[in-house]
Design a protein around this ligand. Structure first.
Ligand SMILES: NC(=O)C1=CN([C@@H]2O[C@H](COP(=O)(O)OP(=O)(O)OC[C@H]3O[C@@H](n4cnc5c(N)ncnc54)[C@H](OP(=O)(O)O)[C@@H]3O)[C@@H](O)[C@H]2O)C=CC1
Ligand SMILES: CC(=O)N[C@@H](CCC(=O)OP(=O)(O)O)C(=O)O
Length: 343
C-alpha cells in the first residue's frame, strides 16, 4: 500500500527537503503540494533541484486541498501551521514541522512566542526515552526544532544517567543559514554572513531554550536548567553543538562513555563516534544521521559533548519522515537510508 502525503510549505527550505525525501520513499506517493505566495507556480520554478516533481503545480494551503490524504506534512511558519492544523480531520496523520505544538507549558509558549498556544502533540524525537511509544500509531506529531534535536541527542544520555549536574549546563551551537528559512532577511545577505561568524539570541532568550529544557527534563525525570547561545555560521546547512556540563561527583570518562553507548549502540541514526573522532557538519549534511562525541575535561570538572546534524534533514524533514514511519507502522528507517554528502 502506498500512503498519499500532502506537503504544505512546499516552496520553502523545510518543505523542499521533505519533498526530496518523500520522492524517494518506497511507501509514499506525493499528493498535493501547497504554499502561499507561490501558489499557482510550477514547483520546479521555486525548487529546481526537485526534478521528479518539477511539473507539479503549487496550490493554496486550504483544508479542501489537503483533504483526502493519509498524511499532511506541514512546513509552514508557526501560527499559520496551527491555524490549518485545527481544520484537519482527526483520522489524518498530521506532522507539524513548526513550533506550534511542541511545548507542554503554555507559560513557556507565552514567554517565547506570539499568538495563542495551540496545545501539545507527541514530540517527534524517537531516540528520547519513551519516544517511540509516544509516536507509534499517533495521528499528530510535533517535529522538534533543529537545535533541540541536535542538543537533546547530545545531552540526553548524560542527564538521564545522572552523571552530570542538571543545573550547570552550557550550550553553544552554530547553525547554517537555511535554519532561518528562505524569505529575505538583511542579516542573512551573503555579504553579512560569508567569511565570518556571529552570535544571536544571546542571554537565554532564544525560543529553543524552553524546548531544550523540556526534552532534557523528560530524559532526566527532573528539572534541568541550561544556558543556550546560538551562533550563525557561513554555511547553508548543518548544526554543530558544543554542550558542557559539570560532572557529578566521582564521574569517570568510562562511565560517561558507557552511558552513551548503552543508549545509542542500537540507534540507526545516532552515532557515538570512535574515541578520538569528532563530529563535523560535513559528516552528516544531506543525511538523517547525527554524530556525537564526548570527553571529560578533568581540569574544569566538566563533561564536553559535541553533536552534529543537518538542520534540514535530521533537524526537520528527516526527523519528520522518521516519525511518520513510526506513526504509520512502517520500518522507521524507510526512505532515510541516504548517507552524507562530502566534501
Ligand atoms: N529551516 C529549518 O532548518 C527548520 C525549519 N523548521 C520549521 O519549518 C517551518 C518552515 O520553515 P522554512 O522552510 O525554513 O521556512 P521558509 O520561509 O523557507 O518556507 C515557508 C513556507 O511556508 C509558506 N507560507 C508562508 N506563510 C504562509 C501562510 N500564511 N499560509 C500558508 N503557507 C505559508 C511559504 O509559502 P510561499 O513561499 O509560497 O509564500 C513557504 O512554502 C517553520 O515553522 C520552521 O520553524 C523547523 C526546523 C528547522
Ligand atoms: C539561522 C536561524 O535563524 N535559525 C533559526 C532556527 C530555528 C528553526 O528553524 O527552528 P524552528 O522550527 O523552531 O523555527 C533560529 O535560530 O530561529
Amino acid at each position: 500500500m502506498s500512503y498519499r502525503v500532502a506537503v504544505s510549505g512546499a516552496s520553502g527550505y523545510a518543505g523542499g527537503e521533505v519533498l526530496r525525501l518523500l520522492a524517494a520513499h518506497p511507501e509514499v506517493e506525493v499528493g498535493a503540494v501547497t504554499a502561499h505566495s507561490s501558489a499557482g507556480e510550477r514547483l520546479g520554478a521555486v525548487q529546481p533541484h526537485l526534478h521528479a516533481l518539477a511539473d507539479r503545480t503549487i496550490e493554496d494551503t486550504t483544508a479542501e486541498v489537503l483533504a483526502g490524504h493519509d498524511v499532511v506534512l506541514l512546513a509552514l511558519p508557526h501560527g499559520a501551521s496551527g491555524e490549518i492544523a485545527a481544520q484537519l480531520g482527526e483520522d489524518v496523520l498530521v506532522i507539524d514541522a513548526a513550533a506550534d505544538h511542541r511545548l507542554e507549558s503554555s507559560a513557556d509558549w507565552d514567554a517565547f512566542y506570539d499568538g495563542a498556544h495551540q496545545g501539545t502533540w507527541p514530540y517527534g524525537l524517537p531516540e528520547l526515552p519513551g519516544g517511540r511509544d509516544r509516536l507509534r500509531g499517533t495521528r499528530r506529531v510535533a517535529v522538534p526544532g533543529c537545535y533541540p534535536t541536535t542538543i537533546l541527542l547530545g545531552l540526553a544520555p548524560a542527564v538521564a544517567s545522572g552523571l552530570v549536574e542538571r543545573e550547570d549546563i552550557v550550550i553553544v551551537a552554530a547553525t547554517g543559514t537555511s535554519g532561518a528559512g528562505k524569505s529575505l532577511k538583511p542579516h542573512l545577505l551573503a555579504s553579512e554572513v560569508s567569511g565570518g561568524m556571529s552570535p544571536y539570541g544571546v542571554g537565554g532568550v532564544h525560543r529553543h531554550t524552553p524546548e531544550i529544557e523540556q526534552g532534557l527534563r523528560a530524559a532526566a525525570g527532573a528539572d534541568v536548567q541550561v544556558s543556550f547561545t546560538p551562533t550563525l555560521a557561513p554555511m547553508s546547512r548543518g548544526i554543530l553543538a558544543t554542550s558542557t556540563a559539570k560532572l557529578a561527583p566521582g564521574t569517570t570518562a568510562e562511565q560517561l562513555r558507557a552511558a552513551y553507548a548503552a543508549q545509542y549502540d542500537a540507534e540507526p541514526f545516532v552515532h557515538l563516534l570512535p574515541e578520538g573522532q569528532w563530529p563535523a557538519t560535513k559528516q552528516v549534511v544531506g543525511s538523517n544521521h547525527i554524530t556525537v562525541q564526548l570527553a571529560v575535561d578533568e581540569h574544569a570538572g566538566r563533561a564536553v559533548v559535541v553533536s552534529a546534524s543537518d538542520n534540514l534533514t535530521k533537524g526537520t524533514a528527516g526527523g519528520a519522515v522518521q516519525s511518520m514511519n513510526l506513526a504509520l507502522g512502517l520500518d522507521e528507517t524507510a526512505g532515510l537510508d541516504m548517507m552524507g554528502v562530502a566534501p
